[in-house]
Design a protein around this ligand. Structure first.
Ligand code: AQP
Length: 343
């Protein structure tokens, strides 16, 4: 059982979730449907800690002014989507120095061979790996620190983060064995069956990404209705009629992606969406899809755009969040230093 105090209330939770979102651009509908929506849906079930992980974001180049704007964008989107600032701890990673402190110690526990197996580094660094930052290579160690610092019992993960969570468990296990202490809790993954992997609107084989150079590859959660309409109109498809079976849909990457977005945004089962639009013109499906997306995005965008302009308010929330996070993290580091012989 974990005990901690938030806003003067003592919480005793048997499940604590840690999740991070990188401020590496503006939040898109993939981030929302794949992650933020589940954070909101689960916030009454778990004690949750959400970090805007700016230290992770700088593993690839970020313009300093844009980094601050993106940090505010993520926070505004969290709040506008319905994440409670009273119920959850929400903070900026760089404001809690213990993340980097723990990351160093865990870097001395993790083995090179383990990191060399991480496929995300290979994917992100691509052919130019000699020129990738050291930070991109050691990213999974900082991620392990994020999770272990708060003794998170559960971490929501998609396919791409599964390997990193296993690494966090391996590091925790080795540390506990090396120092003969049950110090780090081994976190469990939560695989959300309902979460959707949203693909780029320009190329159905790539995931929708904040950092994709094409603005037409993604719907931002702050886009207005005209922009959404334009982006869906331009979304890449083939020139056939709409599919009439799941098998047919799945053989057509871009159409399949649009059907998945329709289903996740409306909450209507994929099979029913396919039945509804079977053999109709794609243009008619796109019109309905636009309406369904606008229904999700419009209220969130209105609220988020208001909040983004209130920088002072957002900074107060980040400051309070960092104080709450540090109540947990500073104790963990002090216990850690005592175990490894630094105090
Ligand atoms: N396309 C996506 N579909 C579903 N879920 C997605 N997520 C990201 N893209 C999609 C989920 O959003 C959460 C936050 O992601 P992140 O910011 O930590 O990093 P990311 O996965 O690298 O996100 P992006 O948007 O692709 O950013 P860049 O371009 O900077 O790499 C995570 O839970 C992630 O699974």
């Amino acid at each position: 059982m974990l005990n901690y105090i938030l806003n003067g209330v003592i919480f005793m939770a048997d499940k604590r979730i840690f999740s991070g979102v990188q401020p590496s651009g503006s939040i898109h509908i993939g981030n929302y449907l794949g992650a933020i929506k589940q954070f909101v849906d689960n916030q009454n079930q778990y004690e949750s800690i959400f970090s805007i992980v700016d230290l992770h974001a700088i593993t690839v180049w970020q313009e300093p002014e844009e980094l601050i704007n993106s940090t505010h964008n993520v926070l505004a989107l969290f709040i506008a989507s319905g994440l409670s600032i009273e119920k959850n701890i929400i903070f900026k990673q760089s404001a809690v120095v213990e993340h980097t402190q723990l990351s160093w110690v865990l870097g001395c526990t993790a083995r090179m061979g383990w990191l060399n197996r991480m496929t995300q580094f290979k994917d992100k660094a691509g052919k130019n790996k000699e020129n990738a930052s050291i930070g991109l290579y050691t990213y999974p160690i900082l991620m392990a620190a994020d999770i272990l610092l708060y003794s998170a019992t559960h971490v929501p993960v998609g396919d791409d983060q599964k390997q990193h969570l296993e690494l966090a468990r391996d590091i925790a296990n080795k540390f506990n064995t090396d120092y003969k202490k049950d110090f780090f809790l081994l976190p469990q993954p939560i695989f959300n069956k309902n979460s959707t992997r949203v693909m780029s609107l320009r190329d159905g084989s790539n995931k929708m990404s904040k950092s994709d150079i094409s603005e037409y590859s993604r719907i931002l959660m702050t886009d207005n209705n005209d922009i959404i309409t334009k982006k869906i109109k331009k979304a890449k498809t083939d020139s056939l009629k709409m599919p009439d079976t799941i098998k047919d849909a799945e053989s057509r990457l871009e159409i399949n992606n649009l059907i998945n977005i329709y289903s996740a945004s409306s909450g209507i089962d994929k099979q029913l969406v396919i039945d509804d639009f079977a053999l109709k013109d794609i243009i008619d499906f796109k019109k309905s899809l636009t309406e369904v997306i606008i229904e999700v995005v419009e209220p969130i965008a209105l609220e988020a755009n208001k909040l983004i302009n209130d920088k002072k308010y957002l900074e107060v929330i980040l400051k309070e969040g960092a104080e709450q996070a540090r109540e947990i993290s500073s104790k963990k580091i002090s216990d850690l230093y005592s175990i490894i012989g630094m105090i």
